[in-house]
Design a protein around this ligand. Structure first.
Ligand code: UDP
Ligand code: MG
Length: 337
């Protein structure tokens, strides 16, 4: 277990046992739904509070939805959110977050690879942390096509975002409500939630969890995902670092190349005017002009970015900060947000 953030969790309203929502995305998992239901029932039978399960059917074309409907009739703790088509795992999780009412949200895969028996441990730890992330230390997936790329991706994501986790890709995670409430997920960003949410100043714990080979159905992803993860990483890094001040990155680059281009032009002008040399055919002239134009373009992009950032934050009323607590006359009150 590892703590990468401030020791203090966002709010302390979980001193009592948390009310958990379990969010599970299902896309063509017909053989897995029923056993997963049964495993959750037995894994959570010892909880002192009840729980709810938000099963998201992500446009399944097999019997997944029919089985989920049958389960809902038997078990009132289960609810199904049926998406109109297959939107992808991130969208399915996002739909689950939007429908969850718990003060803790636990996510897990619907393919039986995550073990529901780990959930009670996550619920225990979430009382002291904002995010508890599963770590499939003994992962049961093929080495070359899955574990190796994932290992490299985890190192890269950890180094780039500064949020060091062994296993970003493990869906089994627990979040305090305040964390997912303030997230907007796009593309395939669900694996980056701990990094994206780190801007709030969250306390993260990582805990080893069980992982099982896929018995039924098949994985919905191939090695092609690695490239998408890399592209997403660039976007996440940019948003984390510069979303409130894009002029800093584009303007900085623009000034650098623009000044270099301007300097070269001055040099060439000196050669022509003072020394009477011909500069029309010199490649350096082309380079100088190119750099100058690039510089102007980059500064322009930075300014446009500034406008986009303002629209983004103001139209969505997205705060650029999160308050942990305010202090009045010696009394501390934690706001969470
Ligand atoms: N999933 C989903 N929509 C998709 C792809 C996957 O809801 O478009 C679900 C899938 O049913 C499973 C979970 O996301 O419950 C993880 O998918 P998978 O097992 O294929 O991923 P892997 O474990 O191979 O990374
Ligand atoms: Mg799986």
């Amino acid at each position: 277990m590892k703590d990468t953030s401030p020791p203090c969790a966002l709010n302390d309203d979980l001193q009592r046992a948390p009310w958990p929502s379990i969010v599970i995305p299902f896309y063509n998992e017909e053989e897995n739904v029923r056993p997963l239901h049964d495993q959750i029932v037995s894994a959570l039978s010892g909880l002192t509070r009840s729980y709810e399960v938000i099963a998201v059917d992500d446009g399944s074309t097999d019997r997944t939805l029919a089985i989920l409907e049958a389960i809902v009739k038997e078990d009132p703790r289960w609810r199904v959110v049926v998406l109109r088509r297959n939107f992808g795992q991130t969208a399915a999780l996002s739909a689950g977050f939007d429908h969850a009412t718990g003060d803790v949200i636990v996510t897990l895969d619907g393919d039986l690879q995550n073990d529901p028996a780990d959930i009670p441990r996550l619920l225990e730890l979430i009382q002291d942390y904002d995010v508890v992330s599963g770590w499939r230390a003994d992962r049961k997936d093929p080495f070359l096509s899955r574990r190796l790329p994932s290992m490299l991706a985890n190192r890269l994501i950890s180094a780039t975002t500064g949020v060091r986790l062994h296993d970003y890709g493990c869906t089994l995670k627990a979040y305090r409500r305040v964390v997912v409430e303030n997230l907007r997920l796009y593309g395939e960003l669900h694996r980056f939630i701990p990094a994206i949410a780190s801007w709030m100043g969250i306390a993260i714990a990582e805990v080893k969890t069980n992982h099982r080979p896929r018995q039924f159905g098949h994985s919905k992803y191939s090695i092609a995902r690695t490239v998408r993860v890399l592209l997403d990483l660039i976007a996440v890094k940019f948003l984390l670092r510069f979303s409130t001040s894009p002029i800093q990155i584009f303007g900085g680059l623009g000034l650098t190349v623009g000044v270099a281009g301007g300097g070269l032009l001055l040099y060439l002008a000196g050669l022509k005017l003072l020394m009477g040399q011909q500069i029309g055919g010199r490649p350096l002239l082309l380079l100088a002009i190119l750099l100058l134009i690039l510089g102007v373009q980059l500064v322009g992009m930075g300014l446009l970015g500034e406008m986009v950032a303002r629209v983004y934050h103001e139209t969505q009323r997205k705060p650029i900060y999160m308050v942990q607590r305010t202090i009045h006359g010696g009394q501390g009150r934690r706001d969470g947000c």
